[in-house]
Design a protein around this ligand. Structure first.
Ligand SMILES: NC(=O)c1ccc[n+]([C@@H]2O[C@H](COP(=O)([O-])OP(=O)(O)OC[C@H]3O[C@@H](n4cnc5c(N)ncnc54)[C@H](OP(=O)(O)O)[C@@H]3O)[C@@H](O)[C@H]2O)c1
Length: 305
């Protein structure tokens, strides 16, 4: 257990898609004193009972001051912050402030896997990994791989299952294994990681609620929607090639989506880590694919009525 050594926890990006799912679990744990770091020009609104520190991230001394006294910094920054490599500034300030433990914003692929590290969209996250490994004797790190967020990815259609129109796109015939986590369970996983520094310091931690194939998801979707789905086919090779072309043209959003889908579904190991998961060691219960799909169908049907 963390034994009080990691009490003061600062979450950055707490208003984001991912950060707002981490925050409630941190706040619910009496072992942590939680603060939030946010940009001075952020429009995010937080509950009034939380310590909010607002800083202009280009003001280095203000940033160092904000991080001083924090034991753990958890970054959940996204979008532009990742593209502009804001984490370099955050990690350097954390080093100067004497922070003990830094968790960078990943929560997806195994970025140590060669198929993920060769994709240009991951470049700055890879730089953060390198920087933190260089300084691991001064500041500990934990890298967190969760695979795809399944609740968010199914509800939004991002995982290429359209639950409203009952159509799917299968990559490589939907035969490769994919690991994934419910976004709503990420906060519990992070709390467990903080409580087990003996297992998690200076390590990559793999979390997965389920590992499955697209074919298995389709069978369950047809069962729970009582409908035969329309299926299109494509390949991950073609999708990754498209990503590269869009990247070269400067169409970064299209490139980003193509790279992510190609990596999720190509079965090369960046998003398939069933044999490495730490759920059991951290006491995290897993969820059956059947339950994940059934609940997604219920949510989407309830939203349609
Ligand atoms: N596995 C998956 O399926 C999956 C899905 C989505 C995301 N992710 C990962 O989760 C992480 C967070 O992504 P997200 O979608 O939650 O991000 P997001 O919502 O786009 O942004 C998170 C927060 O970052 C801060 N931020 C945004 N732009 C900034 C800027 N220019 N400068 C400084 N701060 C800025 C904001 O916090 P403030 O307004 O409070 O400053 C924002 O609320 C990323 O590493 C992403 O790759 C994984």
């Amino acid at each position: 257990m963390s034994g009080g050594r990691y009490k003061n926890v600062l979450l950055i990006g707490a208003s984001g898609n991912v950060g707002k799912n981490i925050l409630p679990d941190l706040l619910a744990d009496p072992d942590f004193k939680v603060s939030i770091l946010s940009r001075t020009d952020s429009s995010a609104i937080f509950p009034s009972n939380i310590n909010i520190i607002q800083v202009n991230y280009s003001d280095k001394s203000a940033l160092v001051q904000a991080l001083t006294g924090q034991d753990v910094v958890i970054s959940a920054v996204g979008g532009e912050a990742l593209m502009k490599y804001l984490e370099k500034v955050l990690i350097e300030a954390a080093l100067e402030a004497g922070v003990k433990w830094f968790i960078p914003s990943e929560y997806g692929f195994d970025l140590d896997h060669s198929s993920a590290s060769s994709i240009p969209i991951n470049i700055h996250q890879l730089e953060s990994i390198k920087l933190l490994r260089q300084h691991e004797s001064r500041i500990a790190h934990t890298f967190i791989s969760t695979g795809a967020f399944l609740d968010r990815g199914l509800d939004s259609g991002f995982l290429c299952f359209d639950l409203v129109n009952h159509s799917a796109t299968l990559y490589d015939e939907g035969k490769h294994l994919v690991s994934g986590t419910l976004l709503k369970n990420l906060g519990k996983a992070i709390v467990a990681i903080l409580h087990h520094p003996e297992l998690t310091l200076n390590k990559r931690i793999y979390i997965a609620d389920a590992t499955f194939t697209q074919q298995e998801v389709l069978v369950l979707l047809e069962k729970y929607t009582s409908t035969k789905w329309t299926v299109k086919h494509t390949t991950t090779e073609e999708t990754l090639k498209q990503g590269q072309e869009e990247w070269t043209r400067g169409n970064f959003l299209d490139a980003y989506i193509a790279f992510i889908l190609g990596l999720i579904y190509n079965g090369e190991g960046a998003c398939d880590f069933e044999d490495k998961t730490h759920n059991k060691a951290l006491g995290l219960e897993r969820v059956s694919l059947e339950q994940i799909v059934n609940e997604a169908v219920q949510r989407v049907e309830a939203a349609a009525h």
